[in-house]
Design a protein around this ligand. Structure first.
Ligand code: TXE
Length: 449
């Protein structure tokens, strides 16, 4: 971490934060020191933002694909030029370290995704062309998109919402999570160095502002990532404005390690599949089913990695795991692990907070010999605690994996590509990741269903 990153972050903060005495204090996730003041918009401010975005939309759409692409490529360049300052702010506000698959990685993903959006070709598709009919599918803007974001990957998920929307000629009103507003507003300010006025407006506010955004009559589409409970409320709101919806809600991704898999080759990938962003990732592995024949070896290998991966303040380049982002999430993780212990599950490593690192740190935790009906398995922990469940009957493992009413992602692990492919087909999930890594070969497959 360099002094220049700290001063770049301070300069970005000055551009977006509320005046002294106004707004809400936002803490550093690791140290709990106040790092800045988030503006707290009133519902009237949101109404004004939506009116401005609506007025700006026709001209933005009329610019055409080619010119919009050029502007979005320039916005991606602007993110890259400010990446160190943004990563520094993100690291403090969210807690994720600068290093590892964390803050710098997130900034890289933002500009890469925006470039992908900007350069995606959107030619009309001819659907029917015969003697009687010519029909084409053409891509048109919806109007004003409301983008409501979470706190775990606040910049990347905002860009997933903002990038395609702008690319199509929509304008966007983005409401970041109240836990991580500063880094998102700072990234929007950087993008607005090159975007025309009012094409992208960040509005930071509480849940009432989110609720108003979802139900506003001039919003044509809502993109939301967050909890299932809030997703349900957004669906109810959309009955009023008939906005189109794209919702990414909570998950509880299962992983299955098939018999005959070499634990030593997959252990590191398994670990990061579960602990990326200290477990606060929608499609992270949140429950792992391991065949009896390799169970002890997998548990020991995971525990050895968990016990040795450096956790701490994200500004220290040595660290690759950070704190839980907020108290509510810390309490969920603590409750679920305590419940597992009370039920007699075996904590192989971790299983407690790490107060010497800071208030919201929880040690990387591997819980073995745990039943499938334990709360740590059945509920989304969204933190650094992985339950590893033993199975001997492969059919039962699939029943358990598919037994919850969530299906965001899943993974299968095998040294045999054919077995992995078959297993992927049995997982009831939107996306299945398959690792068929062997000692001398890595193959990843992915299927959407
Ligand atoms: O989400 P919320 P929270 C899961 C994870 C976590 C839980 C709660 O399990 O423990 O969700 O997180 C806005 N209308 N995920 O409390 O409450 C709110 O202001 C419109 C998984 O942060 O859903 C914020 O901007 N908007 C997830 C956003 O919704 C409303 C990532 C998310 O808040 C609103 C994060 C309303 N009525 C948490 N109420 C993933 N899949 O990645 C709130 N909001």
């Amino acid at each position: 971490m360099s002094d220049s990153a700290a001063s770049a972050a301070a300069a970005l903060l000055d551009r977006i934060q509320a005046p002294e005495g106004a707004g809400r204090d936002i803490p550093d996730a690791a140290t709990r020191e106040v790092i800045g003041r988030a503006p707290v918009a009133a519902v009237e401010d949101l109404d004004d933002a939506i009116a401005r975005a609506k007025a700006a939309q026709p001209a933005w759409e009329a610019l055409g694909h080619e010119k919009r692409s050029a502007v979005l490529l320039a916005a991606a360049d602007a993110i890259d030029a400010n990446a160190e300052g943004l990563a520094y702010l993100l690291s403090r506000e969210q807690g994720k370290p600068l290093n590892g698959p964390n803050a710098r990685f997130e900034l890289g993903a933002c500009s890469a995704w925006l470039r992908t959006n900007a350069t995606t070709v959107l030619e009309p598709q001819v659907l029917v062309d015969d003697e009687t009919l010519h029909a084409e599918l053409v891509y048109k803007a919806a109007g004003v998109v409301g983008a409501i974001g979470p706190w775990n990957w606040p910049l990347m998920i905002s860009i997933w919402q903002i990038g395609p929307s702008l690319r199509m000629g929509n304008t966007v009103v983005a409401k970041p999570s109240e836990y991580t507003p500063l880094s998102v507003l700072a990234m929007i300010a950087v993008m607005n160095e090159v975007l025309p006025p009012d094409v992208l407006i960040g509005v930071s506010g509480d849940r009432e502002v989110g609720a108003r955004l979802a139900s506003h009559p001039d919003i044509d589409k809502i993109m939301f990532t967050g909890s299932t409970a809030t997703g349900r409320r957004i669906i109810e709101s959309s009955a009023g404005n008939l906005a189109r919806l794209t919702l990414e809600l909570g998950g509880n991704d299962a992983g299955i390690v098939l018999p005959g898999t070499d634990p030593s080759v997959i252990a590191e990938d398994l670990f990061w599949g579960a602990f990326i962003n200290t477990g606060q990732t929608c499609a992270a592995m949140k429950r792992l089913y391991v065949h009896d024949s390799v169970y002890d070896e997998v548990v020991d290998a995971l525990a050895a990695i968990a016990a040795s991966v450096p956790m701490g303040n994200g500004l220290d380049e040595n660290n690759v795991l950070g704190p839980l982002q907020n108290r509510a999430q810390f309490d969920i993780v603590s409750r679920l692990v305590d419940d597992a212990k009370a039920r007699g599950a075996r904590v192989v490593t971790g299983g407690e907070s790490a107060p010497e690192l800071g208030e919201l740190f929880y040690r990387p935790t591997i819980v073995a010999d745990i039943d499938n009906d334990a709360a740590l398995v059945q509920e989304e922990q969204f933190g650094p605690a992985l339950p590893v469940i033993r199975y001997s009957d492969v059919d039962e493992a699939f029943d358990w994996a598919n037994g919850l009413d969530v299906g965001l992602g899943a993974s299968v692990w095998s040294s045999d590509p054919e077995a992995a492919r078959d297993a992927a087909g049995r997982m009831q999930s939107g996306t299945v990741y398959g690792s068929t890594r062997t000692a001398d070969c890595t193959r990843w497959c992915r299927s959407a269903g």
